[in-house]
Design a protein around this ligand. Structure first.
Ligand code: RBF
Length: 198
């Protein structure tokens, strides 16, 4: 099997997701492959110490349904980040192209409109071999999606001042030095200032 271009190319720092709530919305189309991807995402969430009780999972029929479902979940305010998971496989018609375009733009728009990180966990493949190369045990893109969800949830927390008195993880828009001095209490690591980047 040609695995060229299938490997993950992103590195992650250590992520503390112990206070993070994650929503997973998965498709029932291409069920077996999507299950493998979701398992990969859950493995990453576990590594990041996301509590099992803080993971909400639901399904929709196909990838086309993902953006609206993600928007409804984001609007509920119950999760800090959403992983959408699906697999689109090219067929004989133009359907694939239209769906890929609509789904990728739709998912991006949900994140931007709701300020909730929404992870694009949709494989868009020309055939099943390409799917398997990206969703199997030794190379599972779902794993990256899990880590990305935690990283983006933490980044949002830092950028919006939603981290409470918790010292930042060093990611996001506030530098470590800014975190040390921010807030009116003057206490190192205390972010008692309102929302903002610094
Ligand atoms: N949904 C997927 O998630 N993956 C697919 O590969 C996929 N292929 C489809 C091919 C055709 C010809 C059609 C009509 C639908 C397909 N769907 C697929 C379902 C689609 O995302 C959506 O659920 C339906 O179009 C109903 O809105």
């Amino acid at each position: 099997m040609n695995k060229q271009g299938a490997e993950s190319e992103v590195a992650f720092s250590e992520l503390d997701g112990s206070d993070i709530r994650i929503g997973i919305i998965r498709t029932r189309w291409n069920d077996e492959h999507v299950t493998n991807l979701v398992d990969g995402a859950k493995k990453a969430l576990k590594e990041c110490k996301v509590d099992e009780d803080n993971i909400f999972e639901t399904s929709v029929p196909g990838a086309f349904e993902l953006p609206l479902a993600a928007k409804l979940l984001a609007m509920s305010g119950t999760v800090d980040a959403i992983i959408t998971a699906g697999v689109l496989i090219k067929g004989d018609t133009m359907h694939f192209e239209y769906i890929c375009d609509a789904v990728s733009k739709g998912i991006m728009n949900v994140g931007i409109q709701t300020n909730t990180p929404v992870i694009f966990g949709v494989l868009t493949c020309l055939n099943e071999d390409q799917v398997i190369a990206r969703s199997s045990a030794d190379n599972n893109h779902g794993y990256d999606w899990g880590k990305t969800a935690v990283e983006m949830a933490l980044l949002k927390g830092e950028a919006t001042g939603a981290m409470g008195g918790k010292k930042g993880s060093g990611m996001g828009f506030a530098t470590a030095a800014a975190l040390e001095t921010s807030g009116s209490s003057g206490e190192p690591g205390k972010r008692d200032k309102g929302p903002g980047f610094f």
